[in-house]
Design a binder for this molecule. Structure first.
Ligand code: NAD
Length: 487
């Protein structure tokens, strides 16, 4: 396609699709083929963001009064629209972000399910009543929306993460200004279109694209913003969290360095499969992806042999290609970063026993492809064992005992997800108690979480205040008043 034929998409402010006042655009590019420009988007400025926040502030007064059944009906209708378009949206998601088509289909349908979940769950919000000594007084709590919420999201789940923030925000009566990742604005815009077509009134949801260096501060520090729900890197989340005013709540879902412990009784074929699925699916670009495998010494050699055998069979290719498990990395910055960590690991003295090379010949030459990498003899203090890599790189660390395994598993600044492979009940019970992690799995991948269960991390993986997903996902978007009524 000629560059001049590339479609330009607009911001969505107060129910109208608009060009940015900056007059500038930026491109979203296919990571499997960097010659393929997916579309152009508005490179918005501070004034665009202010217009979006003003429109959300004005719309709040009526949206909060809108009957909850009507709000729920809009979410339900948007879910149906997403489902109707699931096949074409999945193609767009894969073209823009790179994940295999099957994973894109699942993500689109999960987004529809999330809208439907909150359409129902949001209608069951309750307060409490409190007994007291005055027979002529009733004491109770009521919950109300916060006001205008900033929703800021990453590129790795570019529609399902926005859905799990926007749906609970809207059902509880808040209005939203949504800034998606500049790597994946198209699929994010499709969610906004679905909600618009489902009948969302003007101003209730506003969509502004652009680079965080230009609009990041205005979207989180504006005095009308009452909550910032952010998913992304720990560095960015921490700086936003520190920068907002006392009247702005934050919910930060951040990085991970997720361990999988393989005990001496583990089924090694299964342990290797869990490592492959948790560490290499989505090319390791999942916040809950397995990045450290902590293995008991007695089974280490056999485990590594099995792991490398399984990794060798993973098909690398464009997400559009049938059977491809390892797609491209999401962008050129990701590619550079992953290659750098592979070099760091080697310089630190770990053994790269498989993969780790960039693929540069056809059909990979115009995409961001790297072979899945397995490091062994990794020392827990090495950078590859401590820092979030966010790519297809797994580090195997050998230990002598359960106690040593737990101590190493807990020895990072993160605490998002962790798993153990064992059938020993004593290990299972101890692990559930000992591990410092918001998601704890046994004989399952570190990746994956349910729509109806709370999700979030400990330590630097999340703000410890509010969880996402499930019923708990509604809490961030409401505040409590305690009411004393005397008769
Ligand atoms: P990122 O932090 O670079 O960007 C995330 C979003 O924040 C983007 O929209 C970006 O434009 C915006 N942003 C960045 N700095 C900002 C600032 N100062 N002010 C306002 N907005 C700002 O992250 P990414 O590269 O898009 O995503 C990868 C990261 O996301 C990884 O660290 C991964 O672990 C994390 N992640 C966490 C979860 C979770 O639920 N815990 C889920 C997915 C991804």
């Amino acid at each position: 396609m000629l560059k001049t034929d590339v479609k330009i998409y607009q911001n969505y402010i107060n129910g109208v699709w608009l060009d940015s006042l900056s007059g500038e655009t930026f491109e979203s590019v296919n990571p499997a083929d960097s010659n393929d420009t997916v579309a152009k988007f508005q490179a918005s400025n501070k004034e665009d963001v202010e217009k979006a926040i003003d429109s959300a502030s004005t719309a709040f007064a009526t949206w909060v009064q809108t009957p909850i059944s009507k709000r729920a009906a809009i979410l339900t209708k948007a879910a149906a629209i997403l489902e109707e378009r699931a096949d074409e949206l999945a193609l767009e998601l894969t073209r823009e972000e790179g994940k295999p088509l099957g994973a894109s289909k699942k993500e689109v349908s999960r987004s529809a399910d999330t809208l439907r979940f909150y359409a129902v769950e949001g209608q069951t919000l309750t307060g409490e009543t409190f007994p007291n000594d005055d027979p002529k007084m009733k004491v109770s709590t009521v919950r109300e929306p916060l006001g205008v919420i900033s929703v800021i999201t990453p590129w790795n789940f570019p529609i399902s993460i926005p859905a799990r923030k926007i749906a609970p925000a809207l059902i509880t009566g808040n209005t939203v200004v949504f800034k998606p990742s500049s790597e994946t604005p198209l699929i994010a815009l499709r969610l906004v279109e679905a909600l618009d077509e489902a009948g969302l009134p003007p101003g209730v949801l506003n969509f502004v694209t652009g680079h965080s260096s230009y609009i990041g501060a205005s979207i989180v520090r504006h005095p009308a913003i009452r909550g910032v729900t952010f998913t992304g890197s720990t560095g960015a989340g921490e700086s936003i969290h520190r920068s907002v005013s006392l009247t702005t709540r934050t919910q930060m879902e951040l990085g991970g360095k997720n361990p999988l412990i393989v005990m001496e009784d583990a089924d090694l074929e299964k342990a290797a499969k869990l490592t492959v699925n948790g560490g290499f699916s989505l090319s390791g670009q999942a916040c809950t992806g397995t990045s450290r495998v902590i293995v008991l010494s007695s089974v280490k050699e056999a485990f590594i042999t099995e792991l490398v055998n399984q990794v060798k069979n993973l098909k690398i290719g464009s997400g559009m290609e049938s059977g491809a498990v390892i797609g491209p990395l999401a962008n050129s910055k990701q590619l550079e970063k992953i290659l750098q960590y592979i070099q760091i690991g080697q310089e630190e003295g770990a053994d790269l026993v498989y993969g780790g090379k960039q693929l540069t010949i056809s059909p990979y030459d115009s995409g961001y492809f790297v072979e899945p990498a397995v490091f062994t003899n990794v020392n827990p203090t090495m950078r590859i064992a401590q820092e979030e890599i966010f790519g297809p790189v797994v580090s195997v660390i050998e230990v002598q005992s359960y106690e040593e395994a737990i101590s190493i598993a807990n020895d990072t600044e993160y605490g998002l997800s962790a798993s153990i492979v064992t059938n020993n009940n004593s290990y299972i019970e101890r692990f559930v108690n000992d591990i410092q992690s918001g998601t704890v799995k046994v004989n399952r991948t570190t990746t994956g979480n349910l729509i109806n269960a709370p999700f979030g991390g400990l330590k630097k993986s999340s703000t410890s205040t509010f969880r996402e997903s499930g019923r708990a996902g509604l809490d961030f978007f409401t505040q409590t008043k305690t009411v004393y009524i005397g008769y």
